[in-house]
Design a protein around this ligand. Structure first.
Ligand code: AMP
Length: 489
């Protein structure tokens, strides 16, 4: 059976209050298509095949009904056993799923543990000894634990196989079959996969009984969802370029990346001098200062957060509209990680990199890794030498999203084409959940360097607010020299 309709609000999904509260704490207003389709079927107790990728909200689609069912019975887990088992192909995914269970189940009294390879097994053995309600595991480590008689799987009531096609690619299917053979016949089973190769179809025939099937069209990958641009700019002009970029109204929350902790502090100081409220987050800050900076960023009180790569690993904030690389990282993977801080939760996002002459080789490595050239944006901040080697994109350049709205392109305006429709596009893999605001074609025509242009009020620091009357003149003076009178950053 295929579920063709879906609920469009959480209240209609018959979820219990503690779950609805957790969803509201997270700010989730609307179920994603896979959630709207899968949750009612799973609450009925049916087996399910979900054809969906990460990024569609599939974790909550299986976690919410599972938490509901487990919390409804007074049954406690037996020692060394688990009531629900989720198999995931990688430790990153396993950890992420366990984290989601903690978030969605925070008002319930259920125990969740995660086990994966590559770390000592002893702590995991200890955690499993009293028994758990939910166990998230990678197949290899789970088989190891079972061989050592540290876990029993004969009490599993609910079994989830996540990213089944990746399990196949990674050679885990024999382990999966071994594990499935240890499970009780009487159980609820769900299988999620982005694609359905024949082996997975056969596997689902063997694992599932009369399953419902839900499918969402594939969501774009991070690199596709993020509109990426580069400004070739002299090192000494990066400060003016950053302040100019931050004048874009479309910026709601922006993460600015530097390579060093010292660099992050310096950028914050300069932004504050320029009237822009910002915090820094890096390894030299105390835990409480980091938490405060994150909290202020999350709440929107300080919408500019300047971070180093290491500190950014802990930043999981929805609604980051922009990432600005004040300096490029020397490792391409860090670039991918940085831009992934935007375009979370199905949204799209913009990543802008300020690249000086010394960073050209970093840029080449990044473009090789992401297998696409970055769109060059025109600007008036003083180009880096050699920038002419790379032409800015023009209107005729085919856009990778196939759209005619030329999101990343350069429209010849001084702010270089930031007038695409960015606000609040939620793409969870099946059309737009929330429609974007109509693009304001004129919004950025004046661009970052318009003399005397006002900062968006939410970015202003206290000094800037009281001092606003004087600001236009100060900025006019600065802009006439193209920002060159700023100290080098
Ligand atoms: P997943 O596909 O489960 O990895 O989820 C992708 C992202 O979507 C995660 O960051 C979730 O926190 C977020 N998310 C899941 N469901 C919703 C929802 N209904 N509304 C907003 N964000 C959601």
């Amino acid at each position: 059976m295929k579920a063709n309709y879906y609920m469009t609000d959480f209240a209609g999904l018959k979820l219990v209050q503690p779950l609805l509260r957790a969803l509201s704490d997270e700010g989730y207003a609307t179920p994603t298509p896979i959630q709207g389709k899968a949750i009612p079927v799973l609450i009925e107790g049916r087996d399910l095949i979900g054809i969906a990728q990460t990024g569609t909200g599939k974790t909550a689609a299986f976690a919410l009904p599972m938490l509901q069912r487990l919390s409804a019975s007074a049954y406690r887990p037996q020692p060394k056993s688990t009531r629900a088992l989720i198999l995931a192909p990688t430790r990153e995914l396993a950890a992420q799923i366990a984290e989601s269970f903690k978030v969605y189940g925070k008002h319930l009294n259920l125990r969740c543990e995660v086990v994966f390879g590559g770390v000592p097994i002893h702590r995991q053995i200890k955690a499993l000894t009293p028994g758990v309600d939910i166990l998230v595991a990678t197949p290899g480590r789970l088989v190891d634990l079972w061989r050592q008689k540290c876990v029993r799987l004969d009490n599993v009531e609910i079994f989830v196989l996540d990213e089944a096609d990746r399990m196949l690619d990674m050679g885990f299917i024999p382990d999966v079959k071994r594990i499935a053979a240890m499970l009780p016949k009487q159980r609820q089973t769900m299988l999620f996969s982005a694609t359905m190769p024949q082996t997975i179809q056969q596997l689902s025939g063997f694992l599932l009984v009369n399953p419902a099937s839900v499918e969402v069209t594939p969501a774009a990958t991070t690199a596709e969802k993020v509109e990426q641009r580069v400004l070739f700019v002299q090192k000494a002009n990066k400060r003016a370029a950053l302040a100019g970029l931050l004048r874009d109204d479309a910026i709601d929350k922006v993460l600015v990346f530097t390579r060093t902790k010292h660099g992050a502090n310096k950028v914050v100081k300069q932004l504050e001098d320029d009237g822009i409220r910002a915090n820094a987050i890096h390894g030299n800050k105390s835990q409480s200062a980091r938490e405060k900076a994150l909290q202020e960023f999350r709440s929107g009180r300080t919408p500019v957060l300047v971070a180093t790569d290491i500190a950014s690993r802990g930043i999981d904030v929805d609604g980051v509209t922009h990432v600005i690389n004040f300096e490029l990282p020397n490792e391409p993977e860090s670039y991918v990680h940085r831009i992934g801080r935007t375009a979370r939760a199905g949204a799209t996002g913009i990543a802008i990199s300020l690249v000086d002459a010394e960073e050209r080789s970093f840029l080449r490595d990044i473009e090789k890794t992401i297998r696409q050239p970055l769109v060059v944006q025109n600007h008036n901040y003083g180009s880096a030498p050699g920038a002419a080697v790379r032409q800015p994109a023009n209107e005729d350049r085919p856009h990778r999203n196939g759209g005619g709205n030329h999101r990343g392109g350069n429209n010849g305006g001084r702010n270089g084409g930031q007038n695409g429709n960015r606000n609040g596009v939620q793409d969870y893999g099946q059309g737009k959940i929330r429609d974007a605001q109509p693009a304001n074609q004129d919004r950025n025509q004046g661009g970052a360097q318009t003399d005397g242009e006002k900062l968006p009020a939410r970015l202003m620091n206290g000094a800037a607010r009281t001092d606003e009357a004087q600001r236009p003149r100060r900025r006019r003076r600065r802009n006439r020299s193209g920002g060159a009178n700023h100290a080098a950053v």
